[in-house]
Design a protein around this ligand. Sequence first.
Ligand SMILES: [Zn+2]
Length: 254
Amino acid sequence: MIDTHCHLCDKRFDKDREQAVERARVAGVTHFVEIAYAPGIVPRAHDLARRHPNVYLCVGVHPGESAKVLESYVGELRDHARHARVVAIGETGLDFYRDHAPREAQECWFRAQLALADELGLPVVIHQRNALEETLSILEAARPAAGGVLHCFDDGPAAMERAQAIGFKLGIGGCVTYGHEALDEAVRLASAGMLVLETDSPYLEPEPRSHRRNEPALLSRVTKRLCELRGWTSAEADRITTANAHDLFRVPLG
Ligand SMILES: [Zn+2]
């Protein structure tokens, strides 16, 4: 399995980061996409990738960070994004739930990262919260050339169909274990090629929740629910979602 969205550089892994990577390996997680969503995280993410050849990177500016990061950072971001281990731009998008940044700043960084992704031929990792319509409208107008993923997908069939129409995939994580009916229906109806696995560790622990911390080794809880919804065996879920992640991120396997 590939955990297509994790934050192993989060301080909540400071005490046992290496053990968490090892537990994931034992649980069948072969590759990780570490999301370095702010300038300060990028050097730590590169360190992690140097220690672990199966860690790939996504670099960008999270909507919640967009008021803190100067527009001129885009040049530095371009240099980071050209690194061989970087497979995507993001996570970017719009977050009107937390409103950590003015909407204009969020949209400015969103559009800048869509342009950068197209320039470099990379896919985009999209974060949205309480901003589905605004986010999809921008994506539908921009049509990112290398596609992307709606990370932490938690919406229904209509949003799934709009994602499919622009060649996007859906990041399926802990939310799929929470009993959200519209999401369950979207996951049942989505074309098999759209589904990729993610944990968003340390956030969004899948059920049964301990309400402490999520980690990549718990990806199997997500797979279990995905198999129930799709009627897949775990081997099928593994093969299909891994192929989809490879298709999106071009992560070398093996
Ligand atoms: Zn994230």
